[in-house]
Ligand binder design. Structure first.
Ligand SMILES: Nc1ncnc2c1ncn2[C@@H]1O[C@H](COP(=O)(O)OP(=O)(O)OP(=O)(O)O)[C@@H](O)[C@H]1O
Ligand SMILES: [Mg+2]
Length: 398
C-alpha cells in the first residue's frame, strides 16, 4: 500500500511552504503518520515548522516528520558535465534545432531529481501521507513533459547518432572525449528511466496536486494555465487554495477599514472568477507569520474547517480538467462542469478556449499541443463537457 502523496505548488511567495506544513501538521494531529518534504533549496520548511531540518527524515512532534531536500546536492557529476558536453557534441553531429531546444529545458531536471528523492523517502517509511512543498514554481510539474521529450530525443540520438557522434569525436578530439561521451550517453539513459518512474508516481491515483494562489488577477491567470498543463500531463489537481485573503473590516470606519474593504472587494472579485475551478478554499492573511506547529494548526483549521485535509476541494476524486488522446488524430479535453440541460457555446479566443454554459463563460488556457489543433466537436453529459480536437494541418507540422 503506497502512501497518499499531496503536492503543493504555485507561484513564488504565495504560501506553498506554509500551507504544506500546516496540512501535514493537521494530518499528524489527526492521527496519521505524516511526512512533509520540501524540494526547495531555500530552507523555508524548517522556518515554517520552527525547527532545523536536514536531508534526513526527522521527527518534529508526535506523528509528524519532516525533511528538506537539497536538489543541487543530488545532481551527480556525470549529469553536471552532461549539459556542456551535449551542446558541443550535438552541434558537431549536426543535430537540429529542435533537439537543441529540448536541451535548454534540461536544467529543470534538478527539480525532478529532487522529486525522485521524495519518492525514495516516501517508500522508505511507514507513511500514511507524504506532503510535498514543491518549491517556487509550477514549472516543476510542467517539466513532466520531459520524459516524452526525452524518449524521442534519445530515440533520435541512439543508437544511430551515438555511433556517428563517437566517430566524429574520435576524429577531432581523441579518445578521452569519446569516453566522456559514453558516460554522457549512459547518464542520459539513467535519467530517462528515472523520469519515467517519476511520471508514473505523479500520475498515480494516490497522488494529487493542490494549487496555492493569492487572489490577484495575474496569479489567478497563471493558476488556470497550470490546471490545464497538469491535466495534459495526466496529473490530478484536487484543490485550489487562495491564501492571504484580507479580513473583512465589517462596518469599520477610517482609512484602514476603507483600505481593507477595497482590497477585500478586489480579492472577492478574483475569487468569484475562479469559482469554476471548483470550490476554492481560502486562508486569511494573518497579522503574524504562522511559524511553529501551533500556529500552523490554526491555519489548517481555517483552511479545512474541521474536514479531512486529504479530501480535495474539487469533489470526490474530482479532477477539474483532463486531456486524453482518443484517436489517431484526436484529443479530447474533458471539463468537469456541473451542468444538466444547458446551453453551450464554444469559441477560440487567441490561445484560450471560451466555454459558455448557460451564460456563464469560462476561459480555458489551451496547452501548446491543443493550440495547434482545431475544435472538431463538443458534447455535454452528466460528467461535464467533452471537447474534441484534431491537429490543424496548417500548424501541426511547424
Ligand atoms: N496566511 C498568511 N498570513 C500571514 N503570513 C503568511 C501567510 N501565508 C504565508 N505567510 C508568510 O509569508 C511568507 C511566504 O510564505 P511561504 O514561505 O509559505 O510562501 P512560498 O510560496 O513557500 O514561497 P517560496 O515561493 O519563496 O517558496 C512567509 O514568511 C510566511 O510565514
Ligand atoms: Mg516555499
Amino acid at each position: 500500500m503506497s502512501a497518499r502523496l499531496l503536492l503543493f505548488t504555485g507561484k513564488g511567495g504565495v504560501g506553498k511552504t506554509t500551507l504544506a506544513a500546516a496540512t501535514a501538521t493537521a494530518l499528524a494531529a489527526g492521527g496519521r503518520k505524516a511526512l512533509v518534504v520540501s524540494t526547495d533549496p531555500a530552507h523555508s520548511l524548517g522556518d515554517a515548522l520552527g525547527v532545523p531540518l536536514s536531508g534526513h527524515v526527522s521527527e518534529v512532534e508526535g506523528g509528524l516528520h519532516a525533511a528538506q531536500i537539497d536538489p543541487l546536492a543530488l545532481v551527480d557529476d556525470a549529469w553536471r558535465d552532461l549539459r556542456g558536453h551535449l551542446r558541443t557534441v550535438l552541434a558537431g553531429a549536426g543535430v537540429d534545432e529542435l533537439d537543441a531546444e529540448e536541451l535548454t529545458v534540461l536544467p529543470g531536471v534538478e527539480e525532478l531529481l529532487a522529486l525522485s528523492e521524495v519518492q525514495r523517502l516516501a517508500r522508505g517509511g511507514p507513511w500514511d501521507v507524504v506532503v510535498v512543498d514543491c518549491g517556487p514554481t509550477a514549472e516543476t510539474l510542467r517539466l513532466l513533459a520531459l520524459p516524452d521529450a526525452f524518449a524521442s530525443y534519445l530515440e533520435r540520438l541512439f543508437p544511430t547518432h551515438r555511433r556517428v557522434v563517437r566517430g566524429l569525436l574520435a576524429g577531432v578530439a581523441g579518445n578521452g572525449t569519446v569516453e566522456k561521451w559514453d558516460a554522457t550517453a549512459d547518464a542520459l539513459g539513467r535519467l530517462a528511466e528515472n523520469l519515467e518512474q517519476l511520471r508514473s508516481l505523479l500520475t498515480s491515483p494516490t497522488t494529487s496536486v493542490r494549487l496555492v494562489l493569492t487572489p490577484e488577477r495575474v496569479v489567478a491567470a497563471e493558476t488556470r494555465r497550470t490546471v490545464t498543463a497538469l491535466a495534459l500531463q495526466g496529473i490530478r489537481v484536487d484543490g485550489v487554495v487562495a491564501n492571504r485573503v484580507v479580513p473583512h473590516p465589517g462596518s469599520g470606519r477610517g482609512p484602514a477599514a476603507a483600505w481593507l474593504r477595497t482590497r477585500r472587494a478586489e480579492q472577492d472579485a478574483v475569487l468569484a472568477e475562479l469559482a469554476d475551478l471548483g470550490s476554492v478554499r481560502t486562508v486569511e492573511h494573518r497579522a503574524a507569520e504562522p511559524v511553529g506547529t501551533a500556529a500552523l494548526l490554526d491555519v489548517a483549521e481555517g483552511l479545512y474547517q474541521g474536514r479531512d485535509p486529504l479530501e480535495g476541494g474539487a469533489g470526490d476524486g474530482g479532477q477539474l480538467l483532463s486531456v486524453e488522446r482518443t484517436g489517431e488524430l484526436e484529443y479530447t479535453l474533458r471539463i468537469a462542469l456541473p451542468v444538466g440541460d444547458s446551453s453551450l457555446d464554444l469559441a477560440r479566443v487567441g490561445d484560450d478556449l471560451a466555454v459558455t454554459v448557460d451564460g456563464r463563460r469560462r476561459l480555458i488556457a489551451l496547452p501548446s499541443l491543443l493550440k495547434r489543433c482545431l475544435v472538431t466537436g463538443a458534447e455535454l453529459d452528466d460528467t461535464g463537457l467533452a471537447v474534441r480536437f484534431a491537429p490543424d494541418p496548417d500548424l501541426w507540422m511547424r
